[in-house]
Design a protein around this ligand. Structure first.
Ligand code: G6P
Length: 456
């Protein structure tokens, strides 16, 4: 089995003695798949881009050695890699799939975009070449996500013997949005993807993709799709929750929040996560319901992300201003309404998941949102999940969550109040149901679905 993804399962940092150490990489995909590597029957080769300076140095030193798999990192030309990742993948495809364009102003497909599109194509070709070089005859190839959308077509052309499936961890847009792309670009992307079965976390994105493919390619029938939601790795979560690092993080959090109720969110610092409206809803909650002043703390664990992009830097500033405004309005000498932490600390996140009374997950649109499933498995307080129907996970969890409208701040404030004020027996009932629903899928069932679709 060969996995290809832009961000790999490990990143490499140089040590003082000149060697390189492999650290588990970020991102839901690699944390989901890493624990399975080395399981009986999961003999994996993984091809990814060298993303950090440490990764590139490790490639050049011949020091890319992962503990449990055969890893190849591609040392791409930095300009090509930047245009592929920042411009086409993140400024165009990510924005399109998450419905984030303000179409009066963006996107503008000019000469610079054409250069970026050529770079996207070249990087996809580099991945395809690496796959065809490394994959033995008849191998299963699992191509991950929107950064590699041209790879399925390229690989299938070069090596018809390979059994390729693609999986998109993002939402997909419908035909009206797909038509925003330059016609040849939309045709190339969909023309490539439709050569192989494409998986999604929920049926809604699969249907949007099929409708876009029919319209853009002018085909009468639906392309092959499958739905395979990812689930949390319960054993790994339990192990981390028991670790000394998580215990220390929980003690640190308790010292900040004391016995107050906790509203928690854990997100990449990412515009599609709708962080600012979440704070606006909290502000409105405090305005409407004085009983929550001083008795609730909003803990926001926000990991900085894609900081080379001006959109993300601007959003980070907006988030900071929103936090400051709410705190300036409501703080007392003994209570800080919003506590925001931008350290990337997995054990700390798991500890916070144990402690929440309300988990707020209100994205504009989200392929899945694994935190919405991890939360119920880690939580020890019958916490309520307040979830946007625009997150893929909603399809599986809806019967036991409190729904939050991502754009309706009044409704969101009411949803937070409802969650905080919920009677203990209803909380317990919903939490129990959520644990069952969230545990229904795992990294293993997800991977098995991909491999079965590939005919493995
Ligand atoms: C999302 C995408 C992944 C991506 C991750 C982190 O989950 O679906 O493909 O790896 O975000 O984003 P980054 O740009 O840092 O890799």
């Amino acid at each position: 089995m060969l996995v290809a993804s832009n961000r790999g399962p490990y990143r490499f940092d140089p040590e003082a003695d000149g060697s390189f150490r492999a650290h588990p990489g970020g991102g839901g995909l690699s944390s989901a798949l890493r624990p399975l590597l080395g399981d009986p029957g999961v003999e994996a080769h993984w091809i990814a881009a060298a993303v950090t300076d440490g990764d590139r140095a490790a490639v050049r030193a011949g020091a890319v050695h992962a503990p449990d798999l055969d890893l190849v990192l591609l040392d791409l030309d930095p300009d090509l890699a930047r245009l592929h990742y920042e411009v086409v993948s993140n400024q165009v495809l990510w924005f399109l799939f998450h419905g984030m364009f303000d179409l009066v102003h963006r996107p503008r497909f000019d000469h610079d975009f054409r250069e970026a599109w050529a770079a996207y194509t070249a990087v996809n070709q580099a991945f395809a070449d690496a796959i065809t070089t490394h994959a033995p005859h008849g191998d299963v190839v699992l191509v991950q996500d929107y950064q590699l959308a041209l790879v399925p077509g390229m690989v299938t052309d070069a090596r018809p013997d390979l059994r390729v499936v693609a999986f998109l961890h993002t939402p997909f847009c419908g035909p009206t949005s797909a038509r925003v792309l330059p016609t040849d670009v939309a045709e190339s992307l969909l023309g490539s993807l439709t050569r192989v079965p494409v998986g999604f976390h929920t049926d809604r994105w699969a249907r949007a993709y099929a409708a876009s493919a029919r319209e853009i390619l002018g085909t009468a029938s639906d392309p092959p799709t499958f739905v395979a939601p990812l689930g949390p790795d319960a054993a790994h979560l339990a192990e981390v929750a028991d670790s000394a690092a998580a215990r220390a993080a929980l003690a640190e959090l308790d010292a900040v929040v004391h016995d107050r109720r906790v509203i928690l969110r854990i997100d990449r610092l990412e515009p599609s996560k709708n962080i600012v409206r979440g704070f606006a809803a909290f502000d409105r909650l405090l305005e409407l319901h004085p009983e929550w002043r001083t008795t609730v703390t909003f803990v926001a664990l926000l990991n900085p992300s894609r900081e080379a992009l001006p959109e993300y830097l601007a959003y980070r500033d907006e988030v900071t201003r929103a936090v400051d405004a709410v705190n300036a309005r409501w703080a007392t000498s003994a209570w800080q309404p919003i506590v925001c932490d931008t350290r990337d600390d997995f054990a700390g996140s798991i500890a916070a998941l144990e402690r929440y009374d309300v988990l707020l997950v209100n994205p504009l649109r989200d392929g899945l949102n694994l935190v919405a499933k991890e939360g119920p498995l880690c939580n020890r307080r019958d916490g309520v999940v307040v979830l946007s129907p625009e997150a893929g996970a909603y399809a599986e969890l809806q019967e036991a969550v409190v729904e939050v409208h991502p754009y309706d701040v009044e409704q969101a404030a009411a949803a937070l109040h409802r969650a905080l004020a919920m009677a203990p027996d209803e909380r317990a009932e919903r939490a129990a149901r959520l644990r069952t629903l969230a545990a229904a899928r795992s990294p293993r069932t997800w991977l098995d679905d991909l491999r079965r679709t590939a005919g493995a």
